[in-house]
Structure formats: structure tokens, C-alpha cells
Design a binder for this molecule. Structure first.
Ligand code: IDP
Ligand code: MG
Length: 176
């Protein structure tokens, strides 16, 4: 391993949060993230379940804003139409740091004004940092988060070790 954050391939999870979709910022955000010169190895639009939201933010479960944060990532304040997010996994040298740099600081008022959070984020009257995107903060978090949000078959390449498991027969929805 090296201490130089720009050496060595990394993976990082980006989530364009519901406020990013509501404000129609998906294109701007992907364009800004393209400056990091990374590869997208997986992406999807999904509704965030309470279970996923709580697991994703488990490190903040004792914070007074936890419930509002879980509602926020689920898009609850914005109505059914915006109860969705876009999740993306990026791959490349120094990916985590490069994406965090473009994302900006957690608090949108303190974030670099040309960062995504600085340019587009706000603090709600309830005190939640609506900061438009999530970005993994270190390799351990990135691996935990990517495994939480994506299944192996949804990503290009076996980015972490996989195993074969038997699935009990189950009904799935197919095109009619
Ligand atoms: P990060 O998203 O920059 O990694 P974390 O500390 O992991 O920051 O917090 C996760 C999310 O929780 C933030 O992106 C933000 O939406 C929200 N959050 C964090 N700290 C606060 C706070 O002090 N007040 C309100 N919301 C916060
Ligand atoms: Mg974090």
C-alpha cells in the first residue's frame, strides 16, 4: 500500500440524493465528477428502504438528526415522485479523495463554493444538511457501502471477492 492517495485503484460509492434529483442536477453532477477521470463500474436508480438508509448511516444512529437524515435519503420530505436516488460506483486511482474533493465538505455552508455541496447544498429549517450527494470517505467505508448498495452482478468486474450461493426457488417478476 502507498500513502499517496492518487496511486492505486480505488472504488467509491456516490449517491445522488433525492434533492439532487428534485433539483434536476444529475447531469451537472455527473459532468463535475467526470473531472476526476474515473470509470463508472455500476449505476442504478432506486428507492431507498428504511433498512438501507439506517444501515448506510449506522455511524450516525445516535445523532439527534438521525431520523430526519433517514427520511431525507429516502426522499420523504419531497413526495413520492422524488423518493429515489441514483447510486454510482466509480473506479480509478485515488477515486475516494478525488470524488470527495469534487463533492465538498459535509456542511454545505462550509463547503468550497464551486464544489457540488457548496454550489447546490443547503441546510434545512430542521437542521439537516441537504448536501446533494453522498461520497464514500475511506476504503473501508467504500467497501462496506458498495456491498450494501450493489450486488456483485450489478458491477462490471469482480471488484471484491465473491462466492457462489444456492438460492431457494423464488418467484421473480419478468417481462410479460
Ligand atoms: P459525509 O456525508 O460528508 O461523509 P457524514 O458525517 O458521514 O458526512 O454524515 C452523513 C450525512 O449526514 C451528511 O452528508 C449530511 O447529510 C448529514 N449530516 C452530517 N452531519 C450533520 C450535522 O451536523 N447536521 C445535520 N446533518 C448532518
Ligand atoms: Mg460519511
Amino acid at each position: 500500500m502507498t500513502n499517496d492517495p492518487n496511486r492505486g485503484v480505488q472504488y467509491t460509492l456516490v449517491v445522488i440524493k433525492p434533492d439532487g434529483l428534485k433539483k434536476s442536477l444529475t447531469g451537472n453532477i455527473l459532468t463535475k465528477l467526470a473531472e476526476a477521470r474515473l470509470h463508472i463500474v455500476g449505476t442504478k436508480v432506486l428507492r431507498v428502504t428504511r433498512e438501507l438508509a439506517e444501515a448506510h448511516y449506522q455511524h450516525l444512529k445516535d445523532k439527534p438528526f438521525f431520523k430526519d437524515l433517514v427520511d431525507y435519503i429516502q426522499g420523504k420530505p419531497y413526495g413520492k415522485e422524488y423518493e429515489r436516488v441514483m447510486a454510482i460506483v466509480y473506479e480509478g486511482p485515488g477515486a475516494i479523495q478525488r470524488v470527495r474533493q469534487i463533492a465538498g465538505a459535509t456542511n454545505p455552508e462550509e463547503a468550497d463554493p464551486v464544489s457540488v455541496r457548496g454550489a447546490y447544498g443547503r441546510i434545512t429549517t430542521k437542521g439537516v444538511f441537504e448536501n446533494v450527494i453522498h461520497a464514500s470517505s475511506d476504503p473501508t467505508d467504500a467497501e462496506r457501502e458498495i456491498k450494501l448498495w450493489f450486488q456483485p452482478h450489478e458491477l462490471i468486474g469482480e471488484i471484491y471477492p465473491t462466492k457462489k450461493v444456492q438460492q431457494p426457488a423464488q418467484e421473480i417478476t419478468a417481462w410479460a
